[in-house]
Design a protein around this ligand. Structure first.
Ligand code: ASP
Length: 612
């Protein structure tokens, strides 16, 4: 037997016990004729004491870091206790030991604060995983997984596996493809999600399905994206939006409770997509803090009409605002005393290529009620006062204004809001705020269409299986999706169609998203047509689903949660990589395996593939 106890287990009350223990050598410290060794395993660290005799043996055959060691000995009380260690009251008085395996000197120290850079740690991921921090993350990941499974199991969901070698499921990314040897010249696609399969399972009558499942999307890797990632993927039959929101609000709260011990008692806040865009500039607002946007001028339609016409700021001769499509403002409380250099720094921040603005206008509302502003040449005190009032600013506050094209400006101000929130300490790691966002537009207009002569086209904002809101189904069926020209797409009846879709947002991150699905063949065909698919193409790609809809498809809907991200947020980290045992780096490489890599001629030949 290698061990009777693990390295995190023994306490004062165990003193006197004869034990066996095994693990990795963390440190070796020689004190005159005796030696202390810290032995580590998954559960903790225990101090070993090697007496004079054994130390002599060690001198001949020294232990090194990460050697695998097995010891027999007796639990003894320590003379100098270590309060930082759970086993710090005791040590093992070693009577005999054996080295189970040697270790080369590890390329970085296996400690909480390691000296290894990320690339090195990725290459030796199996060593990195020995570190406490990663171990905690992997354990947390399992806890989230278990909690989700328990909850879903209790609610009658069953876990059903779906295939990985499939035909494309569009989730808005490129497919990874796998050549078929047995069908020369043909390819499988790896699923971007099990979307169509889970819908087929609903047709089959498995009315509550889930899977903790790998999804594959060949996207350009922005920071913190992985080409393969995990979803908690769910689908239910005979449900409306409200049923889904309730069920999965319950699941997240259950996970909070089980994993973090947090009672999330309040109802999850809800917000329409329009409201989120209007107030926060993006569809996944961090609502841990306010700082809402003031829309001074914008073509953004709220409740079907344009609300911010620019009356307050137009007509003063300030060209930047006059000519801008959109002018948006933020009120930073109690920052009216910002210095020039602080303002310059913020201006540089919005000019960074990632934000891409030309400049930042400021209005400093002084404590005495006067104004200092980068635009007081154009706006007199009265005007500035009106602008301040519309931003709900008070003496002592700082108003920051961005102007430009609608989409970019809204995006930029959303980023600026988050940045200011971060700097002001409003985005606390241990505070969790959930939000449902719904009533998204069903379609987005895309200008970049490669087909010649095209003037742009509709793309599905979520995926093509998402149903319109019941009230909008008629609009979709009764109108021709064709767009006359780019300028009129906003007037097209399709631009107002709302999706029966919802996202769950946690602290400004989209952690889950789903929708009520189309379940009638006619409507699904109309959807494919709207997305520019010919009848033949739709049949070729999705004939199986259209066919299934002819055999009694029930109304259904579902949701998928980004499991990696959910774990990262619950673990208080920005990086999903730290919560994946074997992740890829930013260029999609597995540094440890050195993959992807070329394959040999013979393999290519078998696959009937010739490289270009
Ligand atoms: N398949 C969707 C996704 O991966 C989720 C869903 O609609 O259930 O985003």
């Amino acid at each position: 037997m290698y061990r009777t106890h693990h390295c995190g287990e023994l306490r004062q009350s165990d003193v006197g016990k004869e034990i066996k223990m095994a693990g990795w050598v963390q440190t070796v410290r020689k004190f005159g004729s005796i030696t202390f060794v810290d032995l580590r395993d998954r559960y903790g660290v225990t101090q070993l004491l090697f007496g004079e005799q054994l130390t002599k043996r060690l001198d001949e055959n020294p232990l090194g870091r990460e050697f695998v060691l097995q010891v027999n000995g007796r639990v003894a009380e320590r003379t100098s206790k270590n309060a930082h260690l759970s086993t710090g009251d005791i040590e093992i008085d070693v009577s005999s030991y054996s080295i189970l395996n040697k270790s080369a000197t590890p390329p970085f120290t296996i400690q909480d604060e390691t000296d290894g850079g990320e690339d090195l740690r990725m290459k030796y991921r199996y060593l990195d995983l020995r570190r406490n921090e990663l171990k905690k993350n992997i354990e947390l990941r399992y806890a989230v997984n278990r909690a989700a499974r328990n909850y879903l199991h209790e609610n009658n969901f069953i876990d059903i596996e779906t295939p990985f070698l499939i035909k494309s499921t569009p989730e808005g990314a490129r497919d990874f493809v796998v050549p078929s040897r047995m069908n020369a010249g043909q390819f499988y696609a790896l699923p971007q999600s099990p979307q169509t399969f889970k819908q087929l399972l609903m047709v089959s009558g498995y009315d509550r399905y889930f899977q903790v499942v790998k999804c594959f999307r060949d996207e350009d890797l922005r920071a913190d994206r992985q080409p393969e990632f995990t979803q908690i993927d769910c689908e239910m039959s005979f449900v409306e939006q409200e049923d889904i929101l309730e069920m999965f609000e319950g699941m997240i709260k259950y996970i909070f409770k089980q994993v973090k011990g947090i009672d999330y008692a309040e109802n999850v806040e809800r917000m329409s997509w329009e409201q989120a865009m209007w107030d926060y500039g993006n569809d996944k607002p961090d609502i841990r803090f306010g700082m809402k946007i003031t829309n001074l001028k914008s073509p953004f339609k709220k409740d079907g009409k344009i609300e911010a016409v620019g009356e307050l700021i137009n007509g003063a001769g300030f060209g930047v605002f006059e000519n801008a499509e959109t002018v948006l403002a933020l009120n930073l409380k109690n920052a009216g005393s910002y210095t020039r250099s602080q303002l310059d720094e913020l201006t540089d921040w919005v000019k960074r290529p990632q934000i891409g603005m030309q400049g930042l206008v400021n209005i400093r509302y002084q404590k005495d009620g006067s104004f200092k502003s980068s635009v007081d040449k154009f706006y007199n005190t009265e005007k500035l006062k009106s602008i301040a009032a519309s931003c709900k600013a008070e003496p002592g506050d700082l108003i920051l204004l961005l102007a430009g094209r609608e989409e970019r400006t809204r995006k930029a101000i959303a980023e600026l809001r988050l940045e200011l929130g971060e700097r002001s300490g409003f985005r606390k790691k241990n505070e969790f705020k959930l939000l449902w966002v719904f009533d998204f537009p069903l379609f987005e207009y895309s200008e970049d269409d490669s087909s010649p002569g095209s003037i742009g086209r509709w793309v599905a904002r979520h995926h093509p299986f998402t149903a319109p809101k019941p009230a909008d189904i008629e609009i979709m069926i009764n109108n021709n999706p064709a767009i006359e020209n780019a300028a009129t797409y906003l007037e097209h009846p399709y631009s107002g169609i709302k999706a029966n879709a919802y996202d769950m947002v946690l602290n400004g991150n989209e952690i889950g998203g789903g929708s009520i699905r189309i379940f009638q063949r006619e409507l699904q065909e109309k959807m494919f047509e709207a997305l520019g698919m010919s009848k033949e193409e739709a049949m070729h790609k999705f004939g199986f689903l259209l066919g299934a809809f002819e055999y009694g498809a029930p109304p259904h809907g579902g949701i998928a949660f980004g499991f990696d991200r959910l774990c990262a947020i619950l673990g208080g980290s920005e990086s999903i990589r730290d919560f994946i045992a074997f992740p890829k780096n930013n260029s999609g490489r597995d540094m440890m395996l050195d993959a992807p890599s070329p394959i040999d001629e013979k393999q290519l030949k078998e696959l009937s593939i010739r490289l270009a």
